[in-house]
Design a protein around this ligand. Structure first.
Ligand code: ATP
Ligand code: MG
Length: 498
């Protein structure tokens, strides 16, 4: 790192940008929306938040999913308040057969399923783990089993079992565990994973010691030697919330078929638009999930079922323009890492949204589109002195030319500023000088900055000698700087003599 740059990273400009980028607000300090809870204490879990507060918080991040946000936030709040009540009133009689609010989120890729639950876990300071249903095997010997997720919760909070017991376990691609009897379901029956989940979703004790894991066995032996007694560490899953998600391709058709059978006026199985699909999902019954290939016991343990809408172009635009947008803020941070402040024209955000919409992968498309457009700048700017970049449509139309011009303009400007700083003489470049310098530097195959420094090296001293307070570099200066300066000095002395 050059001396200049090192100095730059410490200066106030940089600090200012960093401060601007600090999201979210003060009470969030110490963690990011995507990060895990920083706390390791049960007392820090937010049992006091109301559904409306949580909904407001989520709505400041999650776009166009207000119905799901409301349902999920309300049920999660109630779950934790209920837990709180039972924790504080230990003599409270247990209600047998009580079902907790495990959830199923249905929706295509990139619409905010994982994001929503992560945000929630983060806000409530509860531990959160995410697993993929396709990674588990029925026996648990290949690729691990679902109980590993429960143990993972404990590892997340450095062994605090009490805290892990109020965590959230998120299982993605649950639709892939539907049995092959389903219309669209996978060929291999994976319903064994469903059955393994049943116990956990209700209430069971999971041993921290894994029978087939040597490390955990040894840990238990060491613990026994240390304490003199065999401690059996177990996690109770009664209050662990299970949230499952999946795309559930083919489910709308199943609903449509049922409605047709029931004479509800739906005539065709073929879906023509997103609205049709969303209309159908709104009419979903438990039976449809059973027909899809889920066991009724499983469906019975997931009382909260909701679906997330596809994001339209406007939704994608809103995500980009939100001050909490992970995509734009993330990109800004990439540039800040080089000390460059990035700003965007609104039109550019519309362009990104429209291009991302065509990819049909929801908000996931935004990242690739933003990356694609900003790549040339991310590559070139860090090796220049440019500290600010405003992204406009014009710039995106021809980034290479624009970049060249921008870098050139900046090189001349910063040369002149430095010159004034060193000498007190105001320096300007004529348009002819700019053209000449650019063409000579490129002919010689050297960097413009280096060319200016080399050819105008004597001017700091020379111009002072001739008592100039301002000076315009013309094309004549550029083509033969030494000769020009000599004649200038000669002229000045002649003037003084005479
Ligand atoms: N509705 C939304 N509002 C704001 N940001 C969103 C929304 N949906 C997605 N995003 C952004 O896109 C990223 C990816 O979304 P997310 O991980 O939630 O997708 P998903 O629905 O879980 O999809 P998948 O089925 O592929 O896992 C999020 O981290 C977030 O930055
Ligand atoms: Mg996801």
């Amino acid at each position: 790192m050059s001396e200049d740059k090192r100095k730059y990273t410490m200066d106030s400009h940089f600090q200012e940008i960093i401060k601007e980028q600090m999201i979210p607000d003060a009470d969030e300090v110490g963690k990011t929306p995507e990060g895990k809870a920083t706390s390791n204490k049960v007392e820090d879990v937010r049992f006091d938040i109301t559904p409306e507060e949580l909904i407001d918080y989520l709505n400041s991040y999650v776009v166009e999913q207000s119905r799901t946000v409301e349902i999920v936030a309300t049920k999660i709040c109630t779950h934790f308040h209920r837990m709180n009540l039972e924790r504080e009133n230990t003599q409270l009689k247990r209600i047998l057969g009580d079902v907790k609010s495990n959830m199923l989120l249905i929706g295509p890729t990139g619409v905010g399923k994982t994001y929503l639950i992560k945000l929630m876990a983060d806000k409530l300071h509860v531990p959160f783990v995410k697993g993929d249903a396709t990674k588990f095997s029925e026996t648990g010997y290949v690729g691990g089993d679902v109980e590993d997720l429960v143990r993972e919760l404990v590892y997340q909070v450095d062994g605090n079992i009490k805290l892990a017991e109020c965590g959230i376990i998120y299982i993605d691609e649950i639709d892939k565990t539907a049995s092959s009897g389903s219309w669209y379901g996978p060929d291999v029956s994976r319903s064994g994973v469903q059955r393994n989940l049943l116990k956990l979703m209700e209430e069971t004790e999971v041993d921290m010691k894994v029978p087939h894991d040597l490390a955990s066995q040894m840990e238990a032996v060491i613990e026994t030697q240390r304490t003199g007694k065999a401690v059996r560490k177990k996690i109770n899953t009664k209050n662990i919330l299970f949230v499952m998600s999946g795309a559930f391709t083919g489910l709308p058709e199943i609903i449509s078929k049922r409605l047709k059978r029931g004479g509800m006026g739906f005539t065709g199985v073929k879906m023509t638009s997103t609205e049709d699909v969303e209309d159908l999902l709104a009419k979903m019954h438990a039976q449809d999930l059973i027909d899809y290939g889920f066991e009724s016991e499983f469906v019975g343990r997931v009382p909260v079922v909701t679906y997330l809408n596809n994001l339209d172009e406007n939704g994608l635009y809103q995500i980009l323009s939100s001050p909490n947008s992970a995509v734009i803020q993330g990109k800004k941070r990439d540039f800040i890492a080089y000390g460059i402040k990035l700003t965007f024209d609104d039109e550019v955000l519309h362009l990104f949204a429209s291009e991302a919409h065509k990819l049909s992968i929801g908000a996931r498309g935004l990242v690739s589109i933003v990356e694609k457009h900003l790549m040339p700048f991310e590559r070139s700017l860090p090796s220049t002195d440019i500290k600010k970049l405003h992204i406009s449509l014009e710039l995106l139309n021809d980034p290479e030319t624009f970049l060249d011009e921008l870098i050139q303009k900046h090189t001349f400007e910063s040369f002149a500023t430095n010159f004034t700083k060193q000498t007190g003489i105001k320096l300007e470049f004529s348009s002819g000088a700019i053209k000449a310098a650019v063409s000579i530097a490129s002919e010689k195959g050297i960097k413009l900055k280096g060319f200016l420094q080399e050819s105008l090296a004597d001017y700091e001293y020379g111009l002072k000698l001739v008592d100039k307070t301002r000076f315009t570099i013309t094309s004549k200066v550029i083509t033969d700087p030494k000769a020009y300066l000599n004649s200038l000095v000669k002229k000045s002395y002649k003037g003084k003599d005479g």
